[in-house]
Design a protein around this ligand. Structure first.
Ligand code: AMP
Length: 221
């Protein structure tokens, strides 16, 4: 089974990817994690990718595609995989289709964790940190007892630059799945929309239920 997970930031896509891959025994192939690892290890790929990542831009297709193709060829991916953060462009989507086809395989489903922009922005901008002790709060889901004050140590809470409304909006625009990608999988009858405005457990439940409905569901393989 080869699953593709799509979704904007703020919907817990990375968390869901790990949970679902583990439940199904699939390799979790996260392009972001692989690129960060390459940067940290100082490989050729890491050196080439770093400049783009530092600017928040997409790494060129030829680099990401080669990286994913190599990963897909490894023994660990032969029993199935869940792609997280890849594909991001049409060229990547077509390359993935072809790489799977060369192995006599095909994507099983593209699961799109969707949420409205205002809900995403509410989630992305609600996070506050305590610079003194590192505690993390969220205006809506985990508020401190007194606004702006750390429950643990009484420190004054601050917001990370990334979480400020203008920066969060720019991040959403940059990272939301491209409409043409959604169209690509919808056209193949593989796109499933999942309500990403629910809590983590409910989203996992809906993802698993959607996967059960696919032709390659575990008990029918
Ligand atoms: P992520 O953790 O998925 O947000 O990825 C972190 C950064 O890695 C992104 O901002 C991009 O610079 C790069 N990246 C991750 N996946 C891809 C991809 N599929 N195509 C191009 N760049 C990517």
């Amino acid at each position: 089974m080869y699953l593709i997970l799509l979704g904007p930031p703020g919907t817990g896509k990375g968390t869901q990817a790990k949970l679902v891959a583990e439940k199904l025994g699939l390799a979790h192939i996260s392009s972001g994690d692989m690129l960060r690892d390459a940067v940290q290890r100082g490989t050729d790929l890491g050196r080439q990718a770093k400049a783009y990542m530092d600017k928040g831009e997409l790494v060129p297709d030829e680099l990401t595609i080669a990286m994913i193709e190599e990963r897909l060829g490894q023994p660990h991916a032969q029993a199935g995989a869940l792609f997280d953060g890849f594909p991001r462009t049409m060229q990547q989507a077509k390359a993935l289709d072809q790489a799977l086809a060369r192995q006599g395989k095909a994507a099983t489903a593209a699961l799109h964790i969707a949420a409205r922009d205002d809900e995403i922005l509410r989630r992305l901008t609600g996070r506050w940190l305590c610079p003194s002790c590192g505690a993390i709060y969220h205006e809506h889901s985990l508020p401190p007892k007194a606004s702006g004050v750390c429950d643990q140590c009484g420190g004054t809470l601050t917001q990370r630059d990334d979480d400020r409304p203008d920066v969060a909006r720019a991040r959403l625009e940059r990272q939301r799945p491209a409409e043409e990608l959604l169209h690509h999988y919808r056209e193949q009858g593989k796109l499933v929309d999942i309500n990403g405005e629910q809590d983590v457990d409910a989203v996992t439940h809906d993802l698993m239920a959607a996967i059960e409905q696919t032709p390659a569901a575990p008990e029918r393989r």
